[in-house]
Design a protein around this ligand. Structure first.
Ligand code: SD4
Length: 341
């Protein structure tokens, strides 16, 4: 069910939300003690500070009668539509051929249902295509031409294959490569992963990204892969990832976070333990640039990154705030909430 049309929602949400949340603007993100990381349902947890308006939109959708999936989908629309976000949606950094290829997935705790799309070009809302895959096909993941044909057939909104600003930056990147100058590559990453717990105890999640900047055409990261960029287990909790997808998907990172929660770890400790486990096995050690968020069935939440500076957003009826996560090394996880060079 679409509670609001996408356009009316996007144009009214800021005003509605400003009225709903009389909140001070958060300057420096806090890192509360673990026993304070709990919120009453409905609660939405997302990666990066840009997750906060997405969470707030999601909460508004839910409070207006939307389902958990409506809330996740329409919350993520906010990030996918943001023309200033270089890491999610069609304003994102393109691949090595100058085309933005988007990845997304969505998951419903009830029914353990999932849908995803990968390497989709020229569509504004990959999260919605992922949901449609989940709801109308017997499949979980559609990629490339097949995903685009499916999206076209279902009439999803189209957009440019790359924004003018990103095209210019890509030309510069390509020139630098040709001149064998060091072109920025691996730092160009960020994603919105959003997980939610509703008052009835059900969990939901979604994930959307333009992926690693200047990736090889056809490269698919962790974000649309169930268990890697996102995982929801309605008995236990939900988790999502951001960072260099290759370092998440080789370990089924989000699945692992949920499994640690199943063993009784607090969501924050589950995120930390997942990174420790990966770093122990991986030749890169902690030099992985990966971060996780997690939320359990009790409303406890948390996050962690390989380095310092990963921030995540939590929104419920009582507060909407960006928090700082603990990092396992002194290295920086990179620019906060965006993947500019
Ligand atoms: C990917 N994990 O494609 C995604 C992009 C990202 O922060 O950075 N997320 O590898």
């Amino acid at each position: 069910m679409n509670v609001l049309s996408r356009r009316s929602f996007l144009t009214t949400s800021t005003t509605v939300l400003a009225g709903s949340f009389a909140l001070p603007s958060v300057q420096a993100a806090r890192q509360p003690a673990v026993d304070q990381l709990i919120a009453p349902a409905p609660v939405f947890v997302s990666t990066w500070p840009f997750g906060r308006p997405a969470n707030e939109a999601a909460l508004t959708v839910f409070k207006r009668g939307g389902s958990g999936l409506d809330a996740i989908e329409q919350g993520i629309w906010v990030t996918e539509s943001d023309p200033t976000n270089p890491s999610v949606g069609l304003a994102g950094i393109p691949n090595a051929e100058g085309v933005v290829q988007l990845d997304a997935c969505i998951m419903s705790g009830p029914g353990h249902r999932a849908g995803g799309v990968a390497a989709v070009e020229g569509f504004v809302h990959p999260i919605s295509i992922a949901r449609r895959v989940m709801e109308t096909t017997p499949h979980v993941l559609l990629v490339g031409d097949g995903a685009m044909a499916f999206a076209g057939k279902h009439g999803f909104e189209r957009g440019p294959k790359v924004s003018p600003g990103q095209k210019k930056a890509w030309r510069k990147w390509r020139e630098d490569q040709a001149k064998k100058q060091k072109a920025e590559k691996d730092k160009n990453h960020d994603t919105i992963a959003m997980v939610a717990l509703l008052p009835d105890g059900n969990l939901f999640g979604g994930c959307s990204t333009s992926g690693r900047g200047y990736k090889l055409p056809g490269r698919v990261g962790d974000s649309p892969i169930i268990g890697s960029g996102l995982y929801v287990d309605n008995e236990v909790g939900a988790a999502g990832a951001t960072g260099i997808g290759e370092n998440v998907m080789r370990y089924c990172g989000s699945f692992l976070v949920v499994e640690f929660m199943r063993q009784g770890l607090h969501p924050q400790e589950a995120c930390l333990e997942t990174i420790r486990r990966i770093a122990r096995l991986d030749p890169l050690g902690f030099d992985l640039s990966i971060c996780f968020i997690a939320l359990d069935k009790k409303g406890r939440f948390g996050a962690a990154g390989t380095g310092q500076g990963f921030e995540y957003a939590v929104t419920c009826d009582r507060f909407s705030e960006v928090f700082q996560s603990p990092g396992l090394t002194q290295a920086s996880v990179g620019p906060v909430g965006g993947n500019q060079k």
